[in-house]
Write a protein that binds this ligand. Sequence first.
Ligand SMILES: NC(=O)c1ccc[n+]([C@@H]2O[C@H](COP(=O)([O-])OP(=O)(O)OC[C@H]3O[C@@H](n4cnc5c(N)ncnc54)[C@H](O)[C@@H]3O)[C@@H](O)[C@H]2O)c1
Length: 379
Amino acid sequence: MDPANTNQSYITVDHVGQPDQDTYFTLDVLSKFYLTPHHKLNKEFLEKELYPHIKRVKKCDKKRILVTGGAGFVGSHLVDRLMLMGHEVIVIDNFFTGSKTNILHWIGHPNFTLMEHDIVTPILIQVDEIYHLACPASPPAYQFNPIKTIETNVIGTSNMLSLAKQVKARFLLTSTSEIYGDPLEHPQKETYWGNVNPIGPRACYDEGKRAAETLTYAYQTQEKVDVRVVRIFNTFGPRMDENDGRVVSNFIMQALQNQDMTIYGDGNQTRSFQFVHDLVDGLISTMRNEFTLPINLGNPVEFTILELAEELKGFIGSESKLVKLPAVQDDPKQRRPDISLAKEKLDWEPKFSRQQGLLETIQYFRQIVEADCEATRRS
Ligand SMILES: NC(=O)c1ccc[n+]([C@@H]2O[C@H](COP(=O)([O-])OP(=O)(O)OC[C@H]3O[C@@H](n4cnc5c(N)ncnc54)[C@H](O)[C@@H]3O)[C@@H](O)[C@H]2O)c1
């Protein structure tokens, strides 16, 4: 898709990370991993044994890094970055919502290990850092088995904190803006304690993450574990699951196939979305920073769901109709991060405009829709 056709004025970002730091890469290097159809990636990287070029790191600076949930949407982008930076990366995943195809291009690389494991069962591995992401993040996925979701958040997080204690690793929990519930304070600062329904359909996730935060700080106080907590606000990008019901992937898939675009409620509820590469920058900056209290990571630019639907429809040139359905129970009416703390402590703020992120995400989903059409045509 030609961005010029969108008639939008926004700055195009062509690098991720910080200049003069080891996190800095061209967007082209990263996008090759997800904009190349999997069967071609397979051929290029696996059959010819050509792995992407990674930075050379001195032995003393090279870390062993565990990413739980590394086969999921956010985790796989974090893995790409840490691998390109030259570190040794171990992924633990039970593949409930994640997929091997997200990290296919690293399988067999000497710096990469993939372990199929459920974090509800303890594990012992020697690592320097733990990025703890394992937990289904989309409402249909975490509501599919609410008991498992809360166990993953409580027992799973406790297991990972216990591991961090045993091997003296720094531990980062990916918490969520959902801990603020349907917020009575807007925008949400880290000091806001939230407005959560403890027995509603989202409670297994919201209360699970709140308990995970409590556990994290209990391990800090009681066991002196070196912890970090980020509260992630809505994030989008390539590798979101096309069927998991999150609004961006839903709208794009519907628009690409000229199906009705389904809006729950009147569409005036607001959201703010960050592009996944900005989030990865924030996660790595937090892990490296000495600040240990929770930090919001999100994009404060707010818009309505209706605006998002219209925007995507225009970008795709779709003939889809916008159709309103009843609102979802406990769906927050507005959500916007206050990111002053991240700016102050991490010198971090989102670089990608929503428009650039959406165009990149559309390209990703377009290639999936085309592959599906091709498969149907052949069968
Ligand atoms: N994507 C967002 O907008 C968003 C917003 C707020 C917070 N988060 C948090 O970020 C993290 C990653 O989210 P995501 O969007 O990549 O979700 P995702 O569902 O794509 O990824 C989660 C990964 O964890 C794995 N997993 C789940 N339960 C597990 C278990 N018991 N043992 C081992 N692996 C398990 C899944 O298979 C998957 O690969 C989650 O902790 C989520 O709560 C994400």
